[in-house]
Design a protein around this ligand. Structure first.
Ligand SMILES: Nc1ncnc2c1ncn2[C@@H]1O[C@H](COP(=O)(O)OP(=O)(O)O)[C@@H](O)[C@H]1O
Ligand SMILES: [Mg+2]
Length: 302
């Protein structure tokens, strides 16, 4: 039996966890689309993609939530320029999301961690209950999209998201190198095992526009993501170039899509946003069709 199935079993048997599950469900029922941004390894630009995707969706007038569950390196607050104080627990014990703009709220595990700059040792079960409680505590209200920034790999955090948010879909971020692409296969295989539909693959740090000659320089090769998407029959959602302004805007807490909306990179993010909207919709329609088919088959069996 898988680790996931064990945990699910424990939740169904344990009344406290079951009650928690029901509360989580009632909160999540108010959110139309849940998208976990994941990758096989760190540093490929997951948080950057998650943040610019969330802002991009909010600029399309959707109500959006952004949830940072990276227990070992939560950097969404810094990248959005929000002070730690704003993320604290409210006096009544609830955790309120912070407004980045009128239709974009976000929350990070960062304030739950003991001290800035201190490394925390988390054991697997503790991670699971921390993330579950965290999701259960947050008052998101009604949302069109919830974007979840997960830590790299296929460990406890993405597993907990898969179990706690069973209707979440995944966006997988990669860089064009072979090693990174190898890691993507692991992420995709994780999604298959936990039954999480994959919205598609994003190739980040894909070529760089030379500021002098305007031609593209392929810093980390290019095009691996498209090939892999074709091979795995998964949508390719777009490529984001290497752009030094991604770093400066990220460090300054003012993401590029909002700061340089006319740049080539912001346009690449906008294409990504549109592709995510369309691919998410396509998966939902496919799932509805499949459910109808199953119903039909069931009736015919009777
Ligand atoms: N397209 C890009 N161009 C230039 N720098 C980037 C790009 N994407 C991400 N970065 C930088 O790379 C570093 C790692 O990105 P981050 O989003 O934190 O990755 P992850 O969440 O996968 O660990 C950050 O400093 C970020 O600003
Ligand atoms: Mg990150």
């Amino acid at each position: 039996m898988t680790k996931g199935a064990d945990k699910k079993d424990e939740i169904t048997k344990n009344p406290v966890l079951r009650e928690q599950d029901e509360k989580i469900k009632s909160k999540l029922d108010q959110i139309d689309n849940k998208i976990m941004v994941m990758s096989g390894k760190g540093g490929v630009g997951k948080s950057t993609v998650a943040i610019n995707l969330a802002i991009g969706l909010s600029l399309e007038n959707f109500y959006v939530g952004l949830l940072d569950v990276d227990l070992h390196g939560p950097n969404v607050p810094k990248m959005l320029g929000v002070e730690k104080g704003e993320l604290q627990r409210r006096p009544d014990g609830t955790v309120g999301p912070v407004y980045y703009s009128p239709n974009l709220k976000f929350m990070s595990v960062e304030p739950l961690l003991p001290k800035k700059d201190s490394a925390v040792m988390w054991r697997g079960p503790l991670k699971m209950s921390a993330i579950r409680q965290f999701i259960y505590d947050i008052e998101w209200g009604k949302l069109d999209y919830l974007v979840i920034d997960a830590p790299p790999g296929t460990g406890d955090e993405p597993m907990t998201i898969a179990q706690t948010i069973p209707d979440a879909f995944a966006v997988v971020v990669t860089t064009p190198q072979e090693v990174s692409l190898l890691d993507v296969r692991k992420s995709i295989s994780f999604c298959e095992q936990v039954g999480m539909p994959v919205v598609g693959i994003v190739e980040n740090m894909s070529g760089m526009l030379c500021p002098h000659c305007g031609k593209t320089i392929d810093v980390f090769k290019r095009g691996g993501g498209v090939k892999l998407a074709e091979e795995l029959n998964i949508p390719f959602l777009g490529r984001i170039p290497v752009d030094p302004r991604v770093v400066t805007t990220g460090d300054a807490g003012k993401p590029i899509i909002a700061t340089y909306p006319n740049s080539h990179t912001a346009e690449a993010f906008e294409t990504l946003v549109r592709n995510v909207i369309n691919a998410t919709q396509a998966i939902k329609e496919r799932l509805i069709e499949e459910a109808k088919e199953r119903q039909k088959a069931k009736k015919q069996m009777k």
